[in-house]
Design a protein around this ligand. Structure first.
Ligand SMILES: CC(C)(COP(=O)(O)OP(=O)(O)OC[C@H]1O[C@@H](n2cnc3c(N)ncnc32)[C@H](O)[C@@H]1OP(=O)(O)O)[C@@H](O)C(=O)NCCC(=O)NCCS
Length: 381
């Protein structure tokens, strides 16, 4: 029996695996010229397809830095072929392939975090799902001009999105074709904006039913007047609904300033897992604002090339990563991936003994480069 994982462009073949897993065994109806993924792989036993996964290429933020990240999606093994090592072979192939292709990171939404942890992924960051009873919705002041745009006007909110994205970690800097996935041109989604230029926007799929929950698909802001003016607009949209719900990153202004009993704040869903694929390359890509240095060792059972120990020296001019003889910090690739993304931050990991700190000076030095950051991604894949 030979098990191989290889690129696959034949959608019909891939759907043989995806259909029983993701579509109730119904034929998958995505038009062949509009696949949701960029690159797909098939696992084959003696040439027969038994498993598949795909990826969405992303460029994600980490303060001022941009990192290449493979968003892994559609991981599936035929139901009768599971638990015999096919999933493992696919996941190991994936991290190797994307590391060789120059990606610094891989990320995914897990069905079970425990499964992906085996391959070096760990949960970093969280989002709040906020749901507010319209009877108790706070009053927000509308101080900015408002507009209602259609799907064809989506370019008008891209600057606002990018400013929001660059203040956080893990946000996908979407190219045009990925904006097409967020707001398809032929969709009836509405985009509400406040400010000229746009200081906040919300993408809304209207539900005409009265007294139901109105969900906001995407809520993004760059200023406080923008945030509050947009909530004023949304309170009008929710006037004949029971609740309004939306998602905010963990730096949530709603939690910070507007929280009141009766609202629901749910941080328990939509966790993204992250994996640094290439430690020295990822560190060298960062764009620090301050200067410092530290030594670090990263234990990674899949890539000994990541281990080091590394001597890392950084300043606003750049980051240098070279081999060192010993390390002041030692951590597993999963905790390194968290510290690298910024949530939980390096100091939180140290506080809880989740990383080994042999030198406080190295911890302090590393915290200047790997500063704590809200980690958030608004894209589903
Ligand atoms: C998840 C899935 C791809 C795993 O593939 P698989 O071929 O069954 O997995 P493997 O046999 O290679 O298992 C690899 C390892 O993961 C472990 N594992 C498998 N499923 C697991 C689970 N649900 N939770 C935790 N560990 C799991 C196995 O025990 C094995 O561990 P070991 O190496 O220590 O023995 C497959 O079960 C599947 O298609 N599930 C349904 C679709 C799905 O949920 N996809 C994920 C979407 S994010």
């Amino acid at each position: 029996m030979s098990l191989r994982v290889e690129p696959c462009t034949d959608l019909e073949e891939l759907f043989k695996v995806w259909s029983p897993t993701y579509r109730d065994n119904a034929p998958v109806t995505i038009e062949p010229d509009k696949p949701r993924h960029d690159e797909a792989f098939a696992a084959r036993i003696d040439g027969r397809i038994v498993g598949a996964f795909a990826s969405l290429p992303m460029v994600v933020t980490r303060e001022k830095a941009e990192l290449r990240c493979a968003g892994i999606a559609g991981v599936a093994v035929l139901p009768h072929e599971r638990q015999h090592g096919v999933g493992k072979a696919m996941m190991e192939h994936g991290i190797r392939h994307y590391r060789e292709a120059g990606y610094e990171l891989a990320s995914l939404y897990a069905f079970s975090e425990k499964f992906y942890r085996k391959f070096g992924y760990e949960v970093a960051g969280y989002k709040y799902g906020i749901k507010v009873d319209m009877g108790r919705f706070p009053r927000f002041e509308l101080t900015l001009p408002t507009a209602k745009l259609g799907a064809a006007d989506r370019d008008q909110v891209r600057d606002c999105y990018e400013t929001f994205a660059r203040r956080r970690s893990g946000m996908n800097l979407r190219p045009q074709n990925q904006w097409d996935r967020i707001i398809q041109l032929d969709s009836n989604k509405a985009i509400y904006t406040v400010g000229e230029p746009v200081e906040a926007y919300a993408i809304v799929t209207h539900d005409w039913n009265f007294w139901v929950e109105q969900k906001v698909d995407e809520f993004v802001w760059t200023t406080q007047p923008g945030y509050e003016s947009l909530l004023s607009v949304l309170s009008g949209i929710g006037i004949n609904k029971t609740h309004l719900s939306w998602v905010e990153p963990s730096d949530s202004p709603y939690r910070a300033k507007h929280w009141d009993r009766g609202a629901e704040l749910n941080a328990g869903s939509g966790f993204l897992m992250w994996r640094v694929l290439n430690v020295p390359k990822a560190l060298s890509t960062l764009k620090p604002q301050t200067s410092g240095s530290f030594t670090i060792e990263v234990v990674d059972e899949h890539f000994t090339e990541n281990q080091g120990p590394w001597w890392v020296e950084y300043s606003p001019e750049g980051v240098s990563v070279v081999p060192a003889s010993k390390a002041g910090l030692v951590m597993d690739i999963r905790q390194f991936s968290q510290a690298f993304m910024g949530q939980p931050g390096l100091m939180d990991l140290a506080l809880n003994g989740l990383i080994e700190v042999r030198s406080d000076a190295d911890l302090l030095g590393a915290s200047g480069l790997l500063s704590a950051q809200p980690v958030c991604c608004l894209d589903a894949f």
